[in-house]
Design a protein around this ligand. Structure first.
Ligand code: KG4
Ligand code: ZN
Length: 339
């Protein structure tokens, strides 16, 4: 069975072809980073228009790379939400068009399920059940995953998502978009311990997060004093450590509370090297396996959508060609079997 996956929820056009026997056959990604850089963030209308420009050539590229024909595809999967509505509609329209033209089933995919299942593309995929820490630009969630399609939300951010906190703090420090990876690169050149920052909501029970106060605390330091280049690196290092400490405390708490035997970390911020190292150490300490996607599958990509699409299709989920897109879509609405 061969599934074409289309990802267009935000500022990356990602296309991939997944085969149930051969695994991932080909993939292509176009990042719009340069397009949005001048604006300091993603401009939704520009994002939609660029997806329109890129999507068909990228599909052709993937078919060529995998030496396959459109007629060999068994189903077309696409990100149906959550995301930017105009951007989602580009993938949804192309997927519906292909489905109609080829008379092949259409499989809508939840973007976060794509992230959650991305570690399944690794040589040693995690088994169910697991605790998932989903850390992206739009979401920070702890989820108990009992099986495919069974997602129980244990906690989430009540304000900024972790990636958003990284991006906004980077902007405050004068770094260009996309700020998260740039801030992390600065942090790696800095020393921790000079700037006192909170570990928000760790002193009370529960598994929710809050990251907007951390950004405000950094803003206060920036306002109080002129920062040298080294000061900026040190402040970035303390910010990164505060974020990672907070995530670690909540992961430890969730693992203890649920007794789940492994931890899966996914979403753009799971590319952060301090977070990866610290969670591996936590896993060793708690005798819990820790799984990440490889770096290229932490951030948005077509491979995770093709794979999640394959899982959905196998479980009986497909729809007649229609253009469905939801900018907001709670993960808990998903089930494991189609009715
Ligand atoms: O999963 P993703 O590509 O898009 C969403 O679904 O949101 O995540 C993007 C987020 C951005 O906020 C970006 O700044 C953050 O992931 N990010 C990082 C790193 N790489 C990407 N944050 C911290 N450290 C990194 N190395
Ligand atoms: Zn994403």
């Amino acid at each position: 069975m061969r599934i074409l996956g289309l990802e267009t929820s935000c500022d990356e056009t990602g296309i991939a072809l997944y085969d149930s026997e051969l695994g991932l056959m080909a993939e292509a990604l176009y990042s719009q980073v340069k397009l949005h850089a001048d604006y300091g963030g993603v401009v939704p209308e520009l994002a939609s228009r660029d997806h329109v420009r890129r999507i068909l050539p990228l599909i052709e590229q993937v078919l060529e790379q995998s030496n396959s024909q459109l007629s060999e595809i068994d189903a077309i999967a696409y990100t149906a939400g959550p995301g930017l509505i105009g951007a989602l509609l580009v993938g949804a329209s192309v997927a519906a068009g292909l489905s109609l033209a080829l008379n092949k089933p259409l499989v809508p995919v939840h973007h976060l399920e794509g992230h959650l299942l991305a570690p399944m593309l690794e040589p040693e995929p995690p088994e169910f059940p697991f605790l998932a820490l989903l850390v992206s630009g739009g979401h920070t969630q702890l989820i108990a995953v009992q099986a495919f399609g069974h997602y129980q939300l244990l906690g989430e951010s009540i304000d900024d998502a972790v990636g958003e906190a990284f991006d906004k703090t980077a902007k405050l420090m004068g770094l260009d978009y996309p700020g998260g990876p740039r801030l992390a690169a600065l942090a790696d050149k800095g020393h921790t311990g000079r700037f006192v920052l909170p570990r928000p909501m760790t002193d009370r029970p529960g598994l929710d997060f809050s990251f907007s106060g951390l950004k405000t605390a950094v803003a206060l330091y920036i306002r109080q004093q002129e920062l040298s280049e080294q000061d900026k690196c040190d402040l970035a290092a303390d910010f990164q450590l505060a974020v990672v400490d907070t995530l670690l405390i909540k992961c430890r708490r969730a693992l203890k509370a649920t007794g789940l035997p492994r931890l899966v970390v996914a979403g753009g911020v799971s590319a952060n090297s301090l977070l990866r190292e610290s969670l591996k150490t936590l896993g060793a300490e708690m005798k819990v396996g820790v799984h990440f996607p490889r770096l290229q599958y932490c951030t948005d990509n077509g491979a995770m959508i093709a794979y999640a699409g394959y899982c959905r299709f196998r479980a009986g989920f497909s729809i007649a060609p229609a253009i469905e897109a939801r900018p907001r879509w709670p993960l808990q609405e998903l089930t494991a079997t189609a009715d």
